[in-house]
Design a protein around this ligand. Sequence first.
Ligand code: ADP
Ligand code: MG
Length: 273
Amino acid sequence: LPASASAPAPRILTVANQKGGVGKTTTAINLGTALAAVGERVLIVDLDPQGNASTGLGVHRRPGQKSTYHVLMGEASLRNVIVDSGIPRLHCAPSTMDLLGAELELADIDRKTYRLADAIAQLCRENDPERSYSYVLVDCPPSLNLLTINSLSAADAILVPLQCEFFALEGLSQLIKTVERVKTNLNPRLTIQGVVLTMFDRRNNLSEQVAEDVRSVLGDKVYQTVIPRNVRISEAPSHGKPVLLYDNGCVGSQAYIRLASEIIRRERELRAA
Ligand code: ADP
Ligand code: MG
């Protein structure tokens, strides 16, 4: 082997659902933290102008800071914008409000649907051991816009959080259609890693009913692990911490740890297949 043998390519998972408030950001942050805790090297790419993934990891956003916006526009490399989250093995490419304009600005740009894919490929080619990752998790905005399309074009697989509420499945067919379209036209390797039920309330019959319905439609694409509604999960971001660091023992943290091991298991099966 040459001395500079390159690190294996990261698995790129995008956390997407065009509905807001379903647990995308919470899942990206806490899944990322759980994966890092078991030794994976994780990069969280914040593609939401709101930047909740960045702030939830304690990464402060300053005006004028280079962000994923500059990466998409070709004004910075991913390496230039990546910051250490302070959590071992967990890095973040933060977003800034500039991203609000990206949709329009990207419209006239070359390879507009592959800007993120190209940036990740460039990062991998740099082959920098300080910035090599086994997982890249992309946190998407609540929309099927060009930012989300960029994430789907870059990803190996999509991870879909579904909130256990009455309209859980509404909008899912549109999301799946978009995934199929991206697969046909932009990224043939895209698959669905899985669907995670979030904000499950055990005391609420509706939650049970929704979970059952979703499983009957999506079968084993739905993870066994269900993320419960848990106040510690919702408190953690205001402390700039993933719930796993805010309260390691709470049921929310435990659920994200189980989700991470389920995902690692699926990844192993996929690689063996
Ligand atoms: P999205 O990124 O899809 O818009 P978020 O992850 O930001 O959704 O979650 C929306 C809100 O719900 C946030 O305030 C978050 O803290 C809260 N939340 C997410 N998951 C849970 C949960 N399992 N239990 C309680 N609150 C949650
Ligand atoms: Mg979000």
